[in-house]
Design a protein around this ligand. Structure first.
Ligand SMILES: Cc1ncc(COP(=O)(O)O)c(C=O)c1O
Length: 393
């Protein structure tokens, strides 16, 4: 064997994703890309806001001394300040530049947080369905992912989380707006989690962290706002990125912010800064730090995704699909009309519609539609969605 047993095993488990890509590529080659409706990937289809290219061109033209050198592992201090101002508003808690670490996206942020807090065997509780990479990230740092199903409306099951907590629990990792369900947790639901973690931390004599992964915070609909995490629980850390709200996932830029009131804030920040270095990120991409530092407050027009959601939801409802309308993100997570979600995704594929089975997200009996595609792709796929469900009536 040339690669580790662990990676070999992960490759095996992830093979359905690879198979899906291969199948998608084969169908596109056979039928023409325009005739295949690809809803499989969360790759934003909107262009970055117009200011992005302007600021990028400006930033690329600079030639100050030392511009391309190493920098503090946590990022440029002035960029951290700029991000902290935005976080202060969004979290309704005064956050300083020193509370922020620039990262290689939210994926980099999560790995940095987990590296800094996990010891071998520590458990990370995640509400399911969930972003499947979480399991790999926890495992990267000796952690064990423990899933707790959300309620039927995909809200957090506080009793379920309570019974999953034990002396090995190090963190609860939440994601709102959520991939794959598109749901946004309410302030009450988040406060209940905060109260629970406070009580359990006291009872167990340890700190249980609340990690909030929120790259979709700005992609919300129907004029809702995403509640503050910092106001709900003191021992909290958020990570976010510009992948989705500026439509630049390939640029790998994001950040971590620690609750300014966290008990062990300095330890956390020192640990995470070190983790950013020794995981080999060293620092977040310099050019993108400069650009996003200047673009605070800019984001894609979420109403474009809202329009796509409405076209999709109206069409699927008329066809008889059962789902909870997403309040954010660009994902819809309907029930499959049969228990076997993989078989239903195959039936959709026969209609040249590519989606992902819910089992891949710890949510069997559902499937995920990533609607970050052209409006026409949605409209043109609706007859196929209808034919597929009708096969199971
Ligand atoms: C819930 C969630 N967290 C994290 C990420 C990683 O995002 P980034 O590109 O910022 O690393 C994604 C990407 O799809 C995601 O859906």
């Amino acid at each position: 064997m040339t690669i580790s047993k662990n990676v070999e095993e992960i490759l095996g488990r992830s093979s359905f994703i690879r198979k899906m890509f291969e199948e998608g590529a084969r169908l596109k080659a056979e039928h023409g890309a325009d005739n295949v409706y690809d809803f499989s990937l969360g790759n934003p289809n909107l262009d970055p806001p117009a200011e992005f290219n302007k600021v990028l061109t400006q930033a690329a033209g600079l030639s100050d001394e030392g511009l391309h050198g190493y920098m503090p592992n946590a990022g440029y201090p002035y960029v951290r300040e700029a991000v902290a101002k935005t976080v202060s508003k969004e979290q309704n808690a005064e956050t300083k530049g020193g509370d922020v670490i620039m990262t290689c996206g939210a994926a980099g942020g999560l790995n940095v947080i987990l590296k800094a807090i996990l010891d071998q065997g520590d458990e990370v509780i995640v509400p399911a369905p969930y972003f499947v990479e979480y399991g790999f990230y926890a495992q990267n740092h000796g952690g064990v992912l423990k899933t707790v199903q959300t309620k039927a409306d995909f809200s957090l099951d506080i009793e379920g989380i309570a019974s999953a907590i034990n002396k090995e629990t190090k963190a609860v990792l939440i994601n709102s707006p959520n991939n794959p369900t598109g749901q946004v947790y309410s302030k009450e639901n988040l406060s209940d989690v905060g109260d629970l973690l406070k009580d359990k931390s006291e009872e167990l004599g340890k700190t249980i962290y609340l990690i909030s992964d929120e790259p979709y915070r700005k992609i919300v609909f129907d004029n809702i706002t995403v509640p503050s995490i910092f106001n709900c629980y003191r021992e909290s850390v958020i990570t976010s990125s510009y992948s989705k709200d500026l439509s630049i996932p390939g640029e790998r830029i994001g950040f971590i912010a620690v609750n300014p009131e966290a008990s062990f804030k300095e330890d956390l920040l020192n640990g995470m800064t070190l983790a950013n270095r020794i995981l080999g990120f060293v620092n977040a991409p310099a050019l993108m730090q400069r650009v996003t530092g200047l673009l605070q407050g800019a984001h894609v027009d979420a109403s474009e995704y809202e329009k796509k959601r409405d076209i999709l939801c109206e069409g699927l409802e008329a066809a008889g699909y059962n789902f909870i309308k997403p309040s954010g993100t660009f994902y819809l997570f309907p029930k499959t009309p049969i228990d076997d979600d993989v078989a239903f995704v195959d039936a959709l594929r026969d209609e040249l519609i590519l989606t992902v089975p819910g089992s891949g997200f710890g949510g069997p009996g559902y499937f995920r539609i990533a609607f970050c595609v052209a409006d026409e792709t949605i409209t043109n796929a609706l007859p196929g969605f209808k034919r597929a469900i009708e096969k199971f009536r």
